[in-house]
Design a protein around this ligand. Structure first.
Ligand code: IVH
Length: 660
């Protein structure tokens, strides 16, 4: 087959599979098969760059970060809607319609709580996407919208021009996951999925938007060339036929009573939906009356939004509890007077961080307004200043860790405060698991289950205690036989000989992964040199940025960490960088990485290989020396087998670089 035919066939197939996967929730092929098609297309496009088109599924993320979004003047204004808060107000709306329309039928749709957007297709290709803005002028956010996987870059039918309106949103589960990650990394948390959607669409760097799990529904036709549609029902079916994402919960209602039933139904069911809705949009189904009904200054008279009552409650903030998380983040939790909201009784809510408390000016004793973020997690919206008595107490961040009393630390780029003591009891299990992991001290047999027991039985209360363990102590642990106890002791002993970069990795210093640890160890050679090095000196080392330098200095400024290091030394743990001529070890060797690795991101693994003098390429050829295979590898692993190339699993790979 000619290359361009194959490319076109692949694009059509991939676009179809994306539609089934993202819009119909009905994957037609396995992820693996999908991946293979995508890889084939990427490869062909790389070989024939002149054949790349903007509607190719490979072209979702592209373009450089912008300084600012250009303005976009809407050809068709994006109106907003009047609100109804009760059945009486819906009846009122219906009465006004009935003055003109006998027996009106309505389409009731879910009102998705997101960000309104207009999508413009020309010759079936998505050529522009703009935010609503003030309804007349919005921002051109095309590059960001292209990254949203359920928005087709190409329509399934030939259409010369189409303009549709829809909503960008983040599903609840992705919102909750993102907030968890943000919190774990000491970053800001988002108040609700709408704020994330809006913040993500307005990121100047499309690659950031691409990482957020955004989705879209379209619900309104603003313009179509050469076709006349006469009902909202027809529009929704037609948009769906074009493979645009249409929410399938809409319903045709024969009268306003049916509309109200629908409203009540989804007021009940809203918490079971995977995305947030804040009401129901009701649209007169036939179009013929729209122009006669006309519009007020900002909203059409043929549609209305029924808004659900806000699920917000007032309660009292009785106290604030301060806890240290497993990564050392010190976080405040609100202890609330229990109150029932959206189906559960809420007595606690995360206050996230002390910056937020200050920003919102939340005080102990305040009456606070709460809701459920992402429909699930209790969250304080704001204190009700008007209800203050003057007795309320300001909340101050602690100066010392509540678990180990170390001085707390705040990094320049974070909102969180942290305990930097690697042996803090709150952090200890995490510290130990990481210390023993493959990319760190590589202590075979010391996994989470054993760590759990060692800490519980108080055999280990700091990292260095590992090197104190004896055979009989280990034998006391559950399911620990004679032989495994000996093996574990041996593994602990062997780990004393690891080069310094492994130890630096093992300390779990923020922002210092395996590769950076290696760079630092190579430059500083001995752990003692880490104690007095300044941020300025560190920043002079190639690849060491501000955050990394700050983090190293803060870690070694904590007296308890210095004690731990002295103790490790006393147990005979190696603290110097054993200098074999490392840099050339992988020199001349070519690697391909496929699948997901456990200890490294793809980028980290690549950087590691490169830092050791090796080369990483995308495709397997006879020139490839090693293929590193993670879980769910792609076709590259098979190709390597065919060509008889060395295949390394992750432990083999770590072994190879560990030897360095
Ligand atoms: S129709 C002229 N349908 O709700 C009518 N809007 O003020 C245009 N929204 O800004 C809107 N789901 O962003 C319509 N199924 C739906 C909707 C919806 C969410 C948003 C839209 C608009 C706001 C209403």
């Amino acid at each position: 087959m000619e290359v361009n035919k194959r490319i076109e066939a692949l694009r059509a197939e991939i676009t179809k599979y994306e539609h089934y996967y993202y819009n119909l929730d009905n994957p037609l092929i396995s992820d693996r098969e999908f991946d293979n098609l995508m890889q084939e297309l990427i490869k062909l496009e790389q070989e024939h760059p002149n054949l790349v088109t903007i509607d190719s599924p490979t072209q979702r993320v592209g373009g450089k970060p912008m300084d600012k979004f250009p303005d976009y003047a809407h050809r068709h204004p994006l109106l907003s809607l009047d609100n109804a808060f009760s059945f009486a107000e819906l009846l009122d709306f219906d009465q006004k319609i009935k003055k003109l329309v006998p027996n009106p039928s309505y389409v009731a749709e879910l009102k998705i709580d997101g960000l309104s957007i207009s999508l413009i297709y020309e010759n079936s290709q998505l050529i522009r996407a703009a935010t609503r803005g003030d309804g007349l002028v919005g921002e051109d956010v095309t590059l960001n919208i292209r990254t949203i996987k359920n928005i087709p870059l190409k329509l399934s039918e030939d259409i010369s021009r189409l303009e549709v309106r829809g909503e960008i949103f983040m599903p609840k589960k992705d919102f909750l996951k993102l907030n968890d990650e943000q919190e774990e990394q000491g970053g800001k948390v988002f108040a609700n999925p709408r704020n994330v959607a809006s913040g993500s669409v307005r990121q100047l760097d499309p690659s950031i938007t691409a990482k957020r799990k955004l989705s879209a529904f379209v619900y309104d036709l603003l313009y179509i060339e050469g076709l006349s549609l006469s009902e909202q029902v027809e529009i929704l079916s037609y948009l769906q036929k074009l493979h645009l994402p249409v929410n399938d919960k809409w319903q045709l209602c024969n009268n306003i009573e049916e509309v109200y039933d629908y409203c009540l139904k989804y007021q009940e069911l809203r918490h079971d939906l995977p995305y947030e809705i804040d009401g129901i949009v009701i649209k007169l189904n036939p179009f013929s009356y729209r122009s006669q009904l006309g519009e007020t200054a900002k909203s059409p008279r043929w549609a209305i939004a029924y808004k659900f009552p806000a699920e917000e409650k007032e309660t009292i903030l009785n106290d604030v509890e301060i806890n240290v998380g497993r990564t050392g983040i010190i976080a405040p939790t609100a202890i609330l007077k229990p109150v029932s909201i959206a189906g559960t009784v809420v007595g606690r809510a995360s206050l996230h961080n002390f910056d937020l408390i200050k920003e919102k000016d939340i005080r102990i004793g305040d009456t606070v307004l709460i809701h459920k973020a992402g429909d699930i997690i209790p969250d304080i919206i704001r204190p009700m200043g008007e209800k203050r008595t003057g007795e309320e107490k300001t909340i101050h961040p602690p100066t010392n860790c509540p678990a180990c009393n170390s001085l707390v630390v705040k990094f320049a780029d974070e909102v969180a405060i942290r305990c930097e003591n690697i042996n803090c009891p709150a952090r200890l299990k995490e510290s130990l698991i990481f210390f023993a992991s493959k990319s760190a001290m590589d202590i075979e047999g010391l996994g989470p289950a054993i760590v759990e027991q060692l800490v519980k039985e108080k055999l280990v209360s700091s990292i260095d205690d590992l090197y104190k363990l004896n055979h009989s102590q280990l034998l006391e642990l559950e399911r620990m036989g004679e032989k495994s106890a000996l093996n574990l002791l041996n593994a602990i002993n062997v780990s004393k000989e690891r080069p310094l970069h492994k130890l630096i990795t093992a300390l779990g210093i923020r922002h210092i992964g395996a590769k950076t640890a290696y760079t630092l160890a190579e430059h500083l050679q001995n752990i003692d040199n880490f104690k007095h090095v300044t941020e300025e000196e560190l920043k002079k080392i190639p690849d060491i940025g501000d955050k990394m330098a700050e983090s190293v200095v803060k870690f070694f400024a904590e007296p308890r960490n210095l004690e731990t290091i002295e103790s490790l030394k006393a147990f005979g743990v190696n603290v110097v960088q054993v200098s074999i001529n490392n840099k050339t070890t992988l020199s001349g060797l070519s690697f391909v990485i496929t699948g997901t690795l456990e200890n490294y991101t793809r980028k980290e693994a690549e950087e590691l290989v490169v830092s050791l003098g090796g080369k990483v390429t995308n495709s397997v050829s006879k020139k490839t020396n090693y293929v590193i295979v993670g879980s769910e590898p792609g076709s590259k692993a098979e190709k390597a087998k065919e060509l008889g190339i060395n295949i390394l699993n992750e432990p083999d790979f770590i072994n190879l670089i560990g030897k360095v």
